[in-house]
Design a protein around this ligand. Structure first.
Ligand code: KIV
Ligand code: NA
Length: 275
């Protein structure tokens, strides 16, 4: 469910045609991306992007369920993956299973994503052995922003070995793909060469097995945020502001609504006066 592509299809794309992935949080955006994307991620970035939260730490299971249900209604092809929110899986494999099963049952997603490396390998093994496909996420893991002291590039220099160990540990534990966030290009290429499942980069490398972006970032809709790793393919915030200003001017000048928007006019609208 959640589209016709399955986690096994995604896993089989290791070393093949790059995986195209975007986030989605609503039905219309799910419909917008479905035909072109292999994976639609209901990311916990929804908390910052749509709800105005300062980080992903305040995102709840209820938010992920509600947005997951909305996205599900807009997909027919892409694999839907739902992020497990902060605090919903770290305590124990049993807690993770309970909440992952709830996300799958209530949203119809076919896979979940959770953050973490070596320390989450046991949990990923537990879930995957019990019928829950898991996408991993290492490098910059935004739910650990307080422990990391911010959103800096991870795995620089000798610290690269730590990120590589994390990626290998969760791949060996059964993750069907691994997101690599905000790490140096050479490290992302090394991890992509070393692990047996697809890597999906964000702020990583074109050498990854796929790419993901937050859809509102690449559409230029989330104007507060302009990280180096985002390429803007549209400027929808600017376009929206212009449209709102034009509407405001029309209302104030009584140019809107026009005759074509009205009901019950008894005579055809008069010809506009010549200029
Ligand atoms: O929440 C999110 O949008 C993500 C992607 C950026 C990978 O985790
Ligand atoms: Na996320």
């Amino acid at each position: 469910s959640g589209g016709s592509l399955t986690p096994l299809d995604i896993k089989a794309r290791k070393g093949g045609e790059p995986l195209v992935c975007l986030t989605a949080y609503t039905t219309p955006v799910a419909r917008m991306i479905d035909a072109d994307c292999d994976v639609a991620l209901v990311g916990d970035s929804v908390g910052m992007v749509l709800h105005g939260l300062p980080s992903t730490l305040g995102v709840t299971m209820e938010m992920m369920v509600l947005h997951g249900q909305a996205v599900r209604r807009g997909l027919s092809r892409a694999l839907m993956v739902v992020d497990m929110p902060f605090g919903s899986y770290e305590e124990s494999p049993a807690q993770a299973l309970r909440n992952a099963a709830r996300l799958m049952a209530e949203t119809g997603c076919a896979a979940v994503k959770l953050e973490g490396g070596v320390e989450m390998a046991e949990t990923i093994r537990f879930l995957t052995a019990r019928g829950i496909p898991v996408m991993g996420h290492v490098g910059l893991t935004p739910q650990s922003v307080n422990a990391l002291g911010g959103y800096a590039v991870q795995g620089k220099g000798a610290d690269g070995d730590r990120v590589a160990r994390d990626a290998m540990a969760i791949a060996e534990a059964g993750a069907f793909a691994v997101v690599l966030e905000k790490i140096p290009d050479p490290l992302a290429r090394r991890v992509t060469a070393e692990i047996p499942v697809p890597t999906i980069g964000i702020g990583a490398s074109p050498g990854c097995d796929g790419q993901i972006l937050v859809v509102d970032d690449m559409l230029g809709l989330f104007a507060d945020f302009k990280p180096k790793f985002v390429k803007r393919y549209a400027e929808l915030d600017a376009a929206g502001r212009e449209a709102v200003a034009a509407y405001a001017a029309d209302v104030r000048a009584r140019r809107f609504p026009g005759p074509e928007h009205l009901f019950g006019l008894t005579a055809p609208a008069p010809e506009p006066a010549p200029e």
